[in-house]
Design a protein around this ligand. Structure first.
Ligand code: SF4
Length: 548
């Protein structure tokens, strides 16, 4: 007999709760193709197939599950086939978008490179990547036009100088961000580099942590000179009144289509315990993270559902076997720190922060950078999470010469507001998810704003993104641009941007920390972008209050 409601309608059958695919709750059967690929074979195993089979037999021999899935665990993504416009991104099958060349992401944990490493990347870029090299906003370097045939030699060269591409992409622990001035800053109480090194050594490439529900982004830094609020996990320096310097732990940040700010767990972690606590949080993500829907799989959704009290309790009881010490909130700076320009180090020497345009460099330029640094007595450089770079350890008397020499190779230590504040993601040139062009547009935009507005006494950040995935942090800029197809002046569909205004991170309470607002109807065509930004900037300058 049918069950009826009190109003005589058939009662809705109680819905069986659908699991979220959490391993810890017994859901071990894959619920989507990505989970299936990872279960069928640990993605780290694809390295052997690349070296022993694909590199010899060529692109066409690659198993599709390896090509579009497991290759990522070794930093390899197929590039977008040239000539496919953004309007067709969503309607084509993946194989129709695939070129036979790859993007290769070299992870630079902490953003730290010595000159041997820099020259090695430069050499690979010139020999195997058509002289491409982009500094990403996660302190990586990305190369393009890579052939699978060349990967064994590329890995040999990278690994001979201590670099790797292991887990540079994929559902695993990605590059660990670190302060670009770790170990040299006069403002730093603890250099976080040993914790970053320990995590990389112990856990990157560990099969036990290589199958996570989604990517896992980390940062560990004494200074708040990075976008710590939008990582899955961040450790930020804090002074405990009783125990001294240590780190404040934040979890659950992330951008993309459901942006969320990370939340403090309210604990104080000494430097030596950072790797264990990091591994505990990754363990929670692996075991309790949602694996049913890809778009709900990032850690931020679990943190949002559980709340920080429960998250901390599970971390302490199930993963660490001890309680963590309560800790104070860290002091946050009143404006973002990008390290551009000339600054004194704790040891009395100087570092110089310089800007390429929207992170775009080349193997040739990186080799010139290495020669320039060496000629000025420096043996190391750092990459920043704002697509910029630093040359360290320069004697005071050589700073001016270095600034001029960097300018001579296209790296500007005294950049305009526009060059300094503008970032762009990869975009349609190489990215298969892209809807619009970004890098070239960013370069044109910077040139146009410099020409029309000159330099400005203001910090204005412009983040250009080729799609909603927000790799260049759309929501955290003063002017955040999200690529999409918009209506052109003649009613035709053209490349354009949704505009987010007023975002900003890395700042003290009461300043403008938070996501930019997506304003309804605020869109521009790509062609009109320079005029649009110029109008916005002029309006802001006219209307700003003292000190703004
Ligand atoms: Fe590609 Fe979109 Fe990320 Fe840009 S934001 S790199 S277009 S996925």
């Amino acid at each position: 007999m049918a069950v009826t409601s009190s109003e005589g309608r058939p009662a809705a059958r109680p819905r069986k709760a659908r699991g979220e695919g959490q391993w810890a709750l017994g859901h071990r059967e894959p619920l989507n193709p990505n989970e299936r690929t990872k279960k069928d074979d640990n993605p780290l195993n694809v390295r052997a197939r690349i070296e022993n089979i694909y590199a010899h037999r060529g692109f066409d021999s690659i198993d599709p599950q390896d090509l579009r899935g497991r290759f990522r665990w070794w930093g390899l993504y197929t590039q977008r086939k040239p000539g496919i416009d953004g309007g067709r991104t969503a309607i084509l099958e993946p194989h129709e978008l695939d070129d036979e060349f790859f993007m290769l992401r070299v992870r630079v944990d902490g953003g730290q490179l010595d000159l041997d490493q820099l020259r090695t990347i430069a050499g690979i870029s010139r020999e195997f990547a058509r002289d491409t090299a982009d500094i990403t906003d996660r302190q990586n370097i990305q190369l393009h036009w890579i052939r699978v045939e060349d990967m064994p030699e590329i890995w040999r060269r990278l690994e001979s100088v201590g670099l790797q591409t292991t887990e540079a992409c994929g559902d695993c622990p990605r590059v660990v961000l670190g302060s670009p001035v770790a170990g040299i800053s006069a403002d730093e109480k603890v250099d976080a580099t040993p914790a970053i090194d320990a995590i990389v050594e112990r856990y990157v490439g560990d099969p036990k942590l290589s199958n996570l529900p989604r990517k896992f982004k980390s940062s560990i830094s004494w200074l708040a000179d990075m976008p710590y609020e939008v990582n899955d996990i961040s450790f930020l320096g804090v002074e405990h009144p009783e125990y001294g310097p240590g780190f404040d732990l934040w979890v659950g940040g992330g951008l993309s289509t459901n942006p969320m700010l990370a939340q403090r767990l309210g604990v104080w972690v000494p430097l030596g315990e950072v790797p264990d606590v990091w591994a505990g949080v990754v363990g929670i993500f692996r075991d309790y993270g949602y694996r049913r829907l890809r778009h709900r799989a990032r850690l931020k959704f679990l943190v949002a559902d559980w709340g920080v009290e429960r998250f901390r309790e599970v971390l302490e009881k199930e993963y660490l076997g001890r309680t963590l010490l309560d800790g104070p909130a860290p002091q946050l700076p009143s404006k973002p720190i990008d390290h551009i320009g000339v600054h004194q180090q704790a040891d009395g020497r100087f570092y110089v922060g310089a800007a390429p345009v929207v992170g775009r460099t080349s193997g040739t330029q990186l080799a010139q950078l290495a020669d320039t640094a060496e000629a000025h007595g420096s043996g190391r450089v750092r990459l920043t999470p704002y697509q910029k770079l630093l040359v360290l350890d320069v004697a005071q008397g050589r700073v001016d010469s270095l600034v001029a020499a960097l300018r001579g190779v296209g790296l500007e230590a005294q950049p305009s507001t526009w060059r300094r504040g503008t970032m762009a993601c990869t975009g349609i040139e190489f990215c298969k998810l892209a809807i619009v062009e970004t890098k070239r547009r960013g370069e044109e935009l910077v040139a146009r704003l410099e020409e029309r507005l000159g330099d400005m006494d203001a910090d204005i950040s412009i983040h250009i993104n080729g799609c909603p995935n927000a790799c260049a942090r759309t929501q955290t800029a003063d002017i955040g641009l999200k690529g999409q197809i918009v209506m052109g002046p003649d009613g035709q569909q053209v490349e354009g941007f949704q505009v987010h205004l007023g975002g900003g991170l890395g700042m003290a309470e009461g300043q403008k920390a938070g996501f930019g607002r997506k304003l309804r109807g605020l869109k521009t065509t790509a062609d009109e972008l320079p005029e649009y930004v110029e109008r916005l900037a002029r309006r802001y300058l006219d209307g700003r209050t003292e000190g703004e």
